[in-house]
Design a protein. Structure first.
Length: 235
């Protein structure tokens, strides 16, 4: 929901000062340098973490009616979704810095990307810090685990299982599979053995988790037949 409106001829720098003064926010300068265009900036509420994210941008009044300045407020977890998409180039370079063409071409570019990451981290942490303020740091850490760490670990496990399947296609599952994979790929035997086992390990982990859920997650089961699938009949 827009919170401040000004006409386009209102000086942008003056408008920045106005927004900073009224909302007590500071500019995310590294993010803006990477993805900000004329008339659009991203803001984060001060002081510290736990605030909302603000965007200052030029908005259309409708066909033929001109534009005006608007400040839109986003919750941090909502802002992270589109920020990650807009910053995909930065995140891609940070994923494989040793193979990044931009880093080879432009010395010091990695420092710019790390500055962007610092601001993106601040936005992401703002989404959990509210819990930390009301319930303590354990609640904030737990929320970050659920929202970020566990999904990332699960995705990594799925990737390992996929690689394991590929290795099995080439080297089989026999007693000498790890030795043959290690010799072909230049790995040590221990790494090859662990990589080959990842396919079964992941499926064991899923099955054990499902068994735990059936004994620990409370589920309301209707007494009679509802004619609905179980996931709808037993919310």
């Amino acid at each position: 929901m827009p919170t401040i409106h000004r006409e386009p001829d209102f000086g942008y720098d003056d408008l920045v000062d106005l927004v900073e003064g009224q909302l007590r926010v500071v500019e995310l300068t590294a993010v803006n340098a990477e993805i900000g265009g004329p008339g659009e900036r991203l803001w984060m509420m001060e002081p510290g973490l736990g605030g909302d994210v603000y965007r200052l941008w030029r908005k259309s009044r409708g066909k033929g009616r001109g534009t005006y300045w608007a400040v839109d407020r986003d919750r941090p977890w909502e802002a992270v979704v589109w920020l990650r998409e807009a910053l995909s180039g930065v995140l891609g370079r940070l994923t494989r810095p040793g193979a990044a063409y931009a880093y080879a071409l432009e010395p010091g570019r990695e420092e710019q990307d790390l500055a962007v990451l610092d601001e993106l981290e601040a936005v992401r942490l703002a989404g959990v810090e509210e819990l930390g303020r009301s319930l303590g740091p354990g609640a904030a850490v737990g929320a970050l685990e659920r929202e970020v760490v566990i999904p990332a670990q699960a995705e990594l496990a799925r990737a390992g299982a996929l690689r394991s399947r590929l290795l099995r296609e080439h080297f089989g599952t026999g007693p000498d599979a790890a030795e043959r994979a290690a010799a072909e790929l230049g790995w040590d035997v221990g790494k090859a053995r662990k990589a080959l086992a990842a396919h079964d390990d992941y499926r064991t982990w899923v099955r054990e988790g499902a068994a735990h859920a059936r004994t620990s997650v409370p589920v309301h089961r209707p007494s009679g037949d509802t004619g609905l699938p179980a996931r709808l009949a037993a919310p």
